[in-house]
Design a protein around this ligand. Structure first.
Ligand SMILES: Nc1ncnc2c1ncn2[C@@H]1O[C@H](COP(=O)(O)OP(=O)(O)OP(=O)(O)O)[C@@H](O)[C@H]1O
Ligand SMILES: [Mg+2]
Length: 307
């Protein structure tokens, strides 16, 4: 069984001579939240538009549910909910009235679709307030409600928390999480805010100047960037043998022929040093390091970072 819901291969978009998306291969797994992180102009919206067939692909491919979207658009769209650009809601109608129009247009079969969608995003059903009088946060919520009206399996949300205050961001984050955890939706979400993605996503793709610099699970990334002991020694194989046998160290990664990262930071380094010296291993240096995710992003994007 194939659990990859979105898969792009060498996905590329050129506008004239400018390459704005460059050979991107991203993989969104079923039931997970994938955060696409990148600063303004990195290419996030363009990638999402290509995945949805809203803008032509210059080269490469994008598959959704195992098929290229090209000729299958209509059938696949019923399984996807998206907000790429704010949908054109009618200002003089209420949220409920707006959604009822969209539900009818889309031929939504579920009788309580509008009520349910509003409930998920925390907006009142049959409220008197017209869209024109909605706050930005309410407008964003209505946009998401509209995207989930037909109960799609896959949600593609382009910066859904843009412009919200911190409380609004936290609330939207909570119900996006619930859509994944409680309703089993697969979600591709973009943002330029590192903290937002790191709190929400299971997997992360970091895009910079159209290039996907990194794709990994959040867990893996945190592990690589959390606290660890950095040990530099003259003989790594012998050191690892001692650490495994005498200190029961299992969680480590060898960086090069002299350096190892040990993630078990409770290790008694005094004892380790002593044991290594007794085996005639030179300890060049040892110490606790703590890289933050932010440091990491700064490093890989080669600039001021994203957060
Ligand atoms: N229709 C277009 N014609 C020419 N260039 C475009 C067009 N659409 C986007 N671009 C360029 O492509 C690049 C990527 O844009 P895109 O909107 O995908 O970035 P983004 O990551 O979504 O940015 P933001 O965080 O600002 O939304 C930018 O340099 C942008 O100027
Ligand atoms: Mg964008």
């Amino acid at each position: 069984m194939n659990d990859t819901v979105i898969k792009t291969k060498q996905l590329t978009k050129k506008y004239g001579t400018q390459t704005v998306v460059n050979k991107v291969g991203l993989h969104v797994q079923k039931g997970r939240i994938y955060g696409l992180l990148g600063r303004n102009g990195a290419g996030k919206t363009t990638i999402m538009k290509m995945i949805l067939g809203l803008t032509p692909i210059t080269s490469g491919s994008a598959e959704v549910f195992g098929r290229e979207i090209g000729g299958n658009a209509k059938r696949i769209y019923s399984r996807i909910g998206a907000i790429i650009e704010t949908p054109g809601f009618y200002p003089n109608l209420t949220g409920t009235e707006n959604l009822e129009i969209f539900a009818r247009l889309r031929g939504t079969a579920f009788p309580n679709a509008v009520k349910n969608a509003l409930e998920v995003v925390g907006l009142p059903y049959k409220d008197k307030k017209t869209f024109a009088h909605y706050s930005l946060g309410m407008k964003q919520r209505l946009g998401i409600a509209n995207a989930i009206l037909h109960d799609p399996e896959l949600l593609i949300l382009d910066e859904p928390t843009n412009g919200l205050d911190p409380i609004g961001i936290a609330e939207v984050r909570e119900f996006i999480k619930a859509l994944s955890v409680e309703h089993g939706k697969t979600i591709l979400i973009s943002s330029h805010i590192l903290s937002e993605i790191s709190l929400l996503a299971d997997d992360i793709g970091i895009i910079d100047q159209g290039v996907l610099l990194e794709e990994s699970s959040m867990r893996e990334l945190e592990k690589r960037n959390g606290k660890y002991i950095l040990l530099q020694v003259s003989d790594i194989p012998k050191t690892m043998l001692i650490l495994e046998r005498s200190f029961h160290v299992k969680d480590y990664s060898v960086q090069d022929e002299q350096t190892v990262r040990i993630y078990d930071t409770a290790l008694n380094m005094g004892e380790v040093n002593k044991a290594l010296v007794m085996e005639e291993i030179t300890v060049i240096s040892s110490g606790i390091c703590n890289d933050t995710l932010e440091d990491y992003f700064k490093k890989i994007t080669g600039g001021e970072g994203i957060a």
